[in-house]
Design a protein around this ligand. Sequence first.
Ligand code: ADP
Ligand code: MG
Length: 347
Amino acid sequence: MNKETKQTKISELGEFGLIEHLTRNIQLKNESTLKGVGDDAAVLDYKNKLVVVSTDLLTEGIHFNLMYVPLKHLGYKSVVVNLSDIFAMNARPRQITVNIALSDKFSVEAVEELYAGINLACEKYGVDLVGGDTTSSLTGLTISITVLGEAEKDDLVYRSGAKPNDLLCVSGDLGGAYMGLQLLERENKVFKINPQMQPQLEGYDYILARQLKPEARGDIVEAFKKLCVKPTSMIDISDGLSSEIIHLCKNSGVGCNLYEDKIPMDYHTKKMAEELNINPIVAALNGGEDYELLFTVSLSDYEKVKNDPDFTIIGHITDAAEGTNLITTGGSKILLQAQGWNHGNTE
Ligand code: ADP
Ligand code: MG
């Protein structure tokens, strides 16, 4: 928090004043939002569409560290991680509600920064902030966001639909968010020992953005529509590829072969891994927070997906009896381990 600018105590506005202040400029964008903030409840009309709901809870010290996460980025990311869950159902997000608990170290200006990030994400993804709750806390900041989305019944994609011989695919590239976190933690340690040292973050933009300002892959859901592809199963990658593949296979009652040499990784991710002496494959498999989509498509859709620059085919689905395997670059077959990304051991 910047000490130069004036810090207003939340008690000067009071809880209602704060809510009014934070929500005064909201302009509703979606047809399905009949009533947003300002009454006892929001009113939504999804007509004959199905409603998809997901929620996430983030606590200071467990899921984020305000030593190196700017509040605006935190607000943005809190929304994005929720939207990612809706896209992973092949659905479209429409509304969010935001619950926050604040300790008295937070000023009005600090909460404004958080909301600047929340509003930016709402703007970018076309969702309406339609309500929330605000309370005080003795232990720092807690944010819980709930997102509502819509889909036609036939468009919904579950974790449970993968079939043997389906292609296993992923969007974007993996491991970047984890390498960004390693960099931030390294610089934070240096800063704690010597507060005069400026953090060395130049040249690391890509992995820092992957950690601090991830995007949810709504563009992939639009791409499916355009290509006339409906994945047979899908999940978003919040905990690392390995753990998500295991979830997907377990839910679908299948096994898989994942090829190490096919896992997409950015040059900057590999470079940082080398600098920190970490195997980049480990970052992709067991890191987390990439918020890419992992999905399966029927083999008959191969022609449609093979040349799309947004997707990479990383393996195929097998019978459950074969297990969930990683085929290494050297050709050995090893069982995937569910070493999910656990934020200091509590999920
Ligand atoms: P109640 O006492 O019924 O919980 P509140 O005074 O908490 O009502 O909320 C008033 C309105 O402001 C409601 O529409 C609620 O959804 C909204 N609201 C409360 N807190 C927030 C927040 N942190 N962000 C956005 N909207 C909020
Ligand atoms: Mg309330």
